[in-house]
Design a protein around this ligand. Structure first.
Ligand code: OGA
Ligand code: MN
Length: 237
């Protein structure tokens, strides 16, 4: 199947009403959206530990393991469309785009729909769709410092990264490092522990994945807005 129908399936899943079987966030009442939103406005990023329940993280981890065993992960590339290149000097992870094909993925997409609604309500960001992939970093893999979106060139507005590593130890390294948009100072290192969500403005925050010593699993995703370039709708690649 080509990528576009898969992405369309995800968009549909994001707009559909949640099914009663879906797993909901850990303790929604414990998540203080006001402080998350304030952090995003003031600092352009926020980190929320235990944003996803350990139960859902376990189901997502199993889903990723199943895809891995079925050889459905591909070496990640950089760039979009015909500029897509494999480059092991830049990143060494293996990815699989969500297709909404498991209950775990649908639960995750329902949680991201809630986040999208909150961001749109509070910040008028006009986010309209979400794309995301699983990523598996084998020991030794990294992702060099980069921006997820170049101003005016793509329509990725807000990045989300969620981690699925239940037994993560400090010596496993593999932190995500966020940099200040102007001074390039290191802002913080985030340990990729299960349930942690990192969210930041895609056009502004350079970041990298430091070399990992243990197998490292994440879901990287992007909320997009519907922009058009030169009168042409930016394709959902
Ligand atoms: C990405 C990315 C960070 C992470 O996929 O663009 O920056 O911690 N991922 O997995
Ligand atoms: Mn990135």
């Amino acid at each position: 199947m080509s990528e576009i129908p898969l992405k369309l399936a995800v968009n549909l899943a994001l707009d559909a009403p949640p099914s009663p079987d879906l797993v909901t966030p850990a303790e929604p009442a414990n998540i203080c959206f006001t402080s998350l939103i304030n952090s995003l406005v003031e600092k352009q990023w926020f980190v929320a530990e235990n944003y996803l329940s350990q139960e859902l993280c376990g189901q997502l981890e199993q889903d990723l393991q199943r895809l891995h065993e079925q050889s459905l992960l591909s070496p990640a590339g950089i760039g979009r469309g015909k500029n897509h290149l494999l480059n092991e000097e830049v990143r060494g992870d293996y990815t699989h785009w969500f297709d909404g094909g498991s209950l775990a993925q649908q639960s995750y997409l329902a949680i991201m729909r809630e986040l999208k609604n909150t961001l749109n309500r509070e910040l008028f960001l006009g986010l309209f769709e979400y794309e995301c992939h699983y990523a598996l970093y084998p020991p030794g893999a990294f992702y060099k410092k980069h921006l997820d979106s170049f101003r005016g060139r793509t329509n990725r507005k807000v990045t989300t990264v969620v981690y699925l590593n239940s037994d993560w130890q400090a010596e496993d390294a593999g932190e995500m490092r966020l940099y200040h948009p102007h001074t390039n100072q290191v802002l913080l290192d985030v340990a990729p522990r299960s349930g942690t969500l990192v969210c930041f403005m895609s056009e502004d925050l350079p970041h990298e994945v430091l070399p990992t010593k243990a197998e490292r699993r994440s879901i990287a995703g992007w909320f997009r807005c519907n922009t058009s370039l030169n009168g042409r709708i930016d394709p959902a690649l």
